[in-house]
Design a protein around this ligand. Structure first.
Ligand code: URA
Length: 233
């Protein structure tokens, strides 16, 4: 796929567009044997060799998008009745076989990772890897110490004990909940075990990577290598 050289370098390195434009102006960027003269030049990162200061840029062959999921979309690639999160991905990625790494319920908002890297997706979802997923939650009743202790000890759902989770109270009805696994409707069911209903649920971070604050609901963007790294650290 042909893309602007400043976009390719920005996505792979996290270097700002301004900085990349300066590097191009100073003739520090080459593609194959040719010095790049304009940030608008287009190349195919899967075929062309890109050099910065004569050092080969190692290109990741996978794509990682963060989506700020709105309500009303299901976390699937195809659905015959509902809108899917793939409907929110720009046309230019539609040939990439992206899928959501994990599910958010139809009425849950926030951080959803879309990728074509199956191994990475498997790793971040595996409870064995202990990747933290943090949610902002509003419930219909007062958050009690019993809930905080119960979440920490591990709630039993359908006879199966959940892993220990962290409930950080913000005020009477709102809190953050951090999970390291993702059972079906887990947070809703954990609160239901105390007779409480979840009114709002938003995933705010995965690993050490927060949902970018400038990403509007329904928008997605590519993650840089450094940001992908933060998900697992
Ligand atoms: N827990 C839930 O109940 N729903 C989600 O979408 C995510 C976690």
């Amino acid at each position: 796929m042909l893309e602007r050289i400043d976009k390719i370098i920005g996505n792979q390195t996290g270097i700002s567009r301004n900085e990349i434009h300066k590097m191009i102006k100073n003739k520090k960027v080459k593609v194959n044997d040719k010095v790049v003269v304009s940030p608008k030049e287009k190349y195919d990162s899967s075929k062309d060799n890109i050099y910065i200061d004569d050092e080969l840029l190692v290109i990741s062959k996978y794509v990682y998008l963060v989506l700020n999921k709105p309500k009303g979309y299901v976390s699937a690639t195809i659905d015959h009745y509902e809108k899917t999160v793939l409907d929110l991905v720009p046309e230019s990625y539609q040939n990439r076989h992206l899928f959501p790494a994990g599910r958010l319920d139809k009425d849950t908002t926030g951080f959803l990772l879309l990728t074509d890297d199956g191994i990475f997706a498997h790793n971040i979802l595996s409870p064995k890897k202990h990747i933290k997923k943090k949610y902002y939650v509003i419930i219909d009743s007062i958050i009690t110490n019993d809930m905080i202790d119960g979440f920490s000890n591990g709630i039993i759902l359908d006879g199966e004990k959940c892993k220990s989770s962290i409930l950080e109270k913000i005020d009477d009805n709102s809190c953050y909940v951090t999970l390291t696994e993702g059972k079906y409707h887990q947070i809703k069911r954990m609160f239901q075990s105390f007779g409480a209903s979840v009114l709002e649920l938003k995933r705010v971070s995965m690993g050490s990577l927060e949902l970018p604050s400038d990403l509007a609901l329904g928008e997605c963007r590519e993650l840089t290598k450094d940001e992908v790294y933060l998900i697992t650290h």
